[in-house]
Design a protein around this ligand. Structure first.
Ligand SMILES: NC(=O)c1ccc[n+]([C@@H]2O[C@H](COP(=O)([O-])OP(=O)(O)OC[C@H]3O[C@@H](n4cnc5c(N)ncnc54)[C@H](OP(=O)(O)O)[C@@H]3O)[C@@H](O)[C@H]2O)c1
Length: 242
């Protein structure tokens, strides 16, 4: 083999071995619970600028989270973290989500990723939707100039920490009104090791939010630890589902 051919072959192999190029983004993770602890370090390792937004950013455990995240990560107030960011991951309890978003300042042009699973406990013990509107739609209505994208609410923290935990590529459904914002979020989803599936505008977020109710009701009410997982299946001719 000529030197030139050898060089081209080697360069191609190196290029194909590299992960897909990820544009470095300033990402605010609002809340410092399980979801932020799982994704913060992984996003920083991908080269993103991570800022945790916390009600008390000086707490020792949050400073430790910042240290473990490394790569220039920081912790500050939710409003300050959001002001610095292009992308906001809203990792707070559903009961606090609207109040937190209302306190984040001007969100025009920013992407809000919403992993929130809203639920109320009915009198018979079942988990229900709290009202007729999804959390993602409520957030979109509250911040009409932001681009809300529902994502990550269907996966557990085990899979957030390790996308290969189940032994196959997990699909992450995303819903939102803005195509460019969904493309950016899909890029993040893919870079984190999942398969992003666009399921439509934000009005379909309630369908994905409902998947949480299936799991919570079978586990917490019926006592069966049921898990669903979404996996892409390519078929030659997609069949109509009736
Ligand atoms: N854990 C999961 O397996 C999972 C999976 C999918 C989706 N989700 C959804 O993702 C969201 C975050 O889940 P998580 O498990 O990370 O929750 P979490 O462990 O309870 O943490 C939520 C964080 O939100 C912040 N926060 C702000 N306002 C709050 C308030 N009024 N009360 C309590 N905390 C407040 C807190 O951070 P600071 O104290 O630093 O402010 C807290 O650590 C939830 O909406 C959940 O439904 C969770």
């Amino acid at each position: 083999m000529s030197m030139r051919r050898h060089f081209i072959l080697t360069a191609s192999l190196i290029l194909f071995a590299l992960p897909p190029a990820v544009q470095a983004e300033a990402i605010a993770l609002i809340g410092t619970g399980e979801v932020s602890q799982a994704f913060g370090p992984r996003l920083a390792a991908l080269g993103h600028q991570v800022a945790y937004g916390s009600r008390s950013p000086d707490r020792a455990e949050i400073q430790e989270l910042v240290r473990q995240t490394g790569d220039g990560a920081s912790a500050t107030t939710p409003a300050e973290a959001a002001a610095r960011a292009d992308i906001i991951l809203l990792a707070v309890p559903w009961t606090a989500a609207e109040e937190v978003v209302a306190g984040l300042g001007d969100l025009s042009g920013k992407i809000i990723i919403d992993p929130v699973n809203p639920r109320v406990i009915a009198e018979d013990g079942y988990r229900d939707f709290p009202g007729n509107t999804s959390n993602a739609e409520r957030i979109q209505n509250l911040a009409p100039r932001a681009f809300v994208v529902k994502a990550f609410n269907t996966i557990s923290t085990d899979s957030m920490l390790d996308p290969d935990a189940l032994g196959f590529k997990l699909s992450v459904p995303i819903a939102g009104n803005d195509a460019a914002a969904k493309k950016t979020v899909a890029g993040l989803v893919e870079a984190l090791g999942y398969d992003a599936v666009d399921v439509g505008p934000v009005r379909y977020a309630h369908v994905i939010e409902g998947l949480y109710l299936l799991r919570a009701n079978t586990r917490d009410v019926l006592g069966v630890h049921f898990e669903y997982q979404l996996q892409r299946r390519e078929t030659a001719a997609p069949q109509t589902i009736r």
